[in-house]
Design a protein around this ligand. Structure first.
Ligand code: NDP
Length: 320
């Protein structure tokens, strides 16, 4: 029997590229969680996804009800088979908004789509994973809190959840940000990625031993060609890929990024729990929870050019 993999956002970018790699490996059946089934059908046709091993299911991550219905549909589809992998990949990026946009549930859109709904989805799917021999939950993070990489600290603002005052108050309209401070679209995106990475650590600490499920997060590299950047200003769209490729060396193509995520999903080496995977020639492990989280920030992701080593040498975590 094929291993069952649930991935959100397989209709574009990293999710699409990773699905291609998984289908090539022949031992997986991918359940693609997508908001637009028609778009998915066209993409699957163009990319040649094998319908025997790929099933698209509808979910709108901007709605908790939709996430719950999706979870039920997955449960029905799997029958008595366990879910072997859950990959929280879908995201939106709205850095230039002056004001928050709200979901039907009253949360800021990036917050709910990127983070809250993946939290809900993970808690719904985890019970379906405990019978798997090799269960992995993978969160797609980003470089969010580095002072010494272009993607992290070089481009402000830096992700910072502070004391989570906003979240404690429910993070509902008119409160957009998890730290409770004024809305900033670019920071909101980075905060959601930071929250996913911290959740992965927390799940590892609380549930790895009792469930056997492995929890990790990954920074796939800066994939400047995906539509994630579609809401940026035109000059930025034009020059950013060139900038990343030639100036910082931190650019990866969609296919390479997909191969990296595939490796974290597939490689026996990457079954290790509690790891933040970044790239430096191959998958590199983070150095444990203390190294990663300092004052609510993630430090030391292998972003543009650098790996853990170089970052460790000039650890700037006391400044963040
Ligand atoms: P894309 O915009 O190409 O893909 C995002 C996916 O999320 C799309 O399939 C999109 O669906 C889906 N999605 C968006 N909103 C919803 C929703 N409400 N419900 C369900 N699905 C939704 O971006 P990328 O492939 O670049 O991003 C994938 C992941 O990689 C993200 O988590 C991102 O944060 C992360 N990442 C990206 C980097 C980059 O440089 N691009 C760098 C580091 C991390 P649709 O196809 O319908 O639009």
């Amino acid at each position: 029997d094929k291993k069952l993999v649930v991935i959100t956002g397989t209709s574009s970018g990293l999710g699409k590229a990773t699905t291609k790699a998984l289908l090539n490996a022949k031992e997986y059946h991918v359940i693609g969680a997508v908001r637009d089934l028609e778009k998915m059908a066209v993409v699957a046709e163009l990319e040649g996804f094998d319908p025997e091993r790929f099933t698209a299911m509808q979910v709108d991550l901007a709605s908790f009800e939709s996430v719950k219905n999706f979870t039920k549909a997955v449960d029905k589809f799997r029958g008595d088979r366990p879910i072997d992998r859950l990959v929280c990949n879908a995201a939106v990026y709205q850095p230039t908004l002056d004001y928050p946009k709200w979901t039907v549930d009253g949360h800021e859109q990036q917050l709910q789509i990127n983070y809250l709904s993946h939290f809900l989805l993970t808690s719904g799917i985890m019970p379906m994973m405990t019978d798997s021999e090799d269960a992995r939950v993978v969160m797609i993070g980003s470089v969010t809190g580095n002072d010494n990489t272009v993607g992290g600290g070089g481009v402000y603002p830096i992700a910072d959840l502070k004391d989570l005052d906003g979240l404690e108050l429910g993070c509902k309209k008119p409160i957009a940000m998890m730290d409770g401070y004024n809305f900033n679209g670019a920071k909101m995106y980075k905060d959601t990625k930071l929250a996913l990475m911290m959740t992965s650590n927390m799940l590892h600490e609380r549930f790895h031993r009792s469930t056997g499920i492995s929890f990790s997060s990954i920074y796939p590299g800066c994939i400047a060609e995906t539509p994630l950047f579609r809401e940026k200003r035109p000059w930025f769209r034009k020059y950013f890929p060139i900038f990343m490729k030639y100036i910082t060396g931190g650019y990866v193509g969609e296919e390479e990024a997909g191969t990296r995520l595939f490796q974290v999903i597939h490689d026996p080496k990457c079954v290790k729990s509690g790891v933040y995977w970044s790239w430096n020639g191959g998958p590199r492990e983070g150095r444990g929870l203390e190294a990663m989280e300092k004052g609510g920030q993630i430090v030391g992701a292998g972003g543009a050019g650098g790996g853990w080593e170089s970052i460790y040498e000039n650890d700037q975590s006391d400044k963040v």
